[in-house]
Write a protein that binds this ligand. Structure first.
Ligand SMILES: Cc1cc2nc3c(=O)[nH]c(=O)nc-3n(C[C@H](O)[C@H](O)[C@H](O)COP(=O)(O)O)c2cc1C
Length: 147
């Protein structure tokens, strides 16, 4: 079983969250690649059984431009078997808090086995660490281990 985290971050909040989740997935025994979106190419989708998407939100809860390639890759390729989760950071000052998480959630629900979502206010705080644990547990609980 192999996992990846594909994420985008401008000011570092989502990168911090991605790093926390990465560490926790590895600790829970799932070998996980941490992939900034500028290093992503769509053929990588075929290498992974589990993929967590990390995104900030922009412009009325929209996807960041650079995440559109990832979004479209799930729509265009056969990704139904991939267990997915989506997490993000946002600012509740804006009307569509973490709107990009919802945008990915709705697409991944159709095009993959969506297991879990997580929204964090700006930089992850102490409370969010437990929520990251739960995010990883939910993702990993969907993995079927053959015996
Ligand atoms: C111009 C602008 C628009 C934004 N729009 C939203 C938004 O619609 N919804 C939201 O939750 N956060 C919004 N944010 C806040 C960012 O998503 C938030 O600061 C996020 O943590 C940035 O992630 P990063 O540090 O990984 O780049 C916006 C920020 C800026 C500067």
């Amino acid at each position: 079983m192999k996992a990846a985290i594909i994420y985008s971050s401008i000011t570092g909040n989502t990168a911090t969250l991605a790093e926390i989740i990465h560490e926790k997935m590895e600790k829970q025994g799932l070998s996980t690649d941490l992939i900034p979106v500028d290093e992503f190419n769509e053929n990588q989708l075929y290498e992974y059984d589990v993929i967590a998407i990390g995104t900030y939100s922009w412009d009325n809860g929209e996807l960041p431009l650079e995440m559109e390639e990832v979004y479209e890759a799930f729509e265009m390729h056969d990704t139904k078997h991939i267990i997915t989760g989506v997490f993000g950071t946002g600012d509740s000052f804006y009307p569509y808090f973490c709107g990009a998480v919802n945008v990915f959630r709705d697409m991944l629900y159709v095009h993959s086995k969506l297991a879990v979502t997580l929204k964090v206010e700006l930089t992850p705080q102490e409370d969010d660490i437990n929520r990251c644990d739960k995010f990883c547990e939910r993702l990993i609980s969907e993995v079927v281990v053959p015996i």
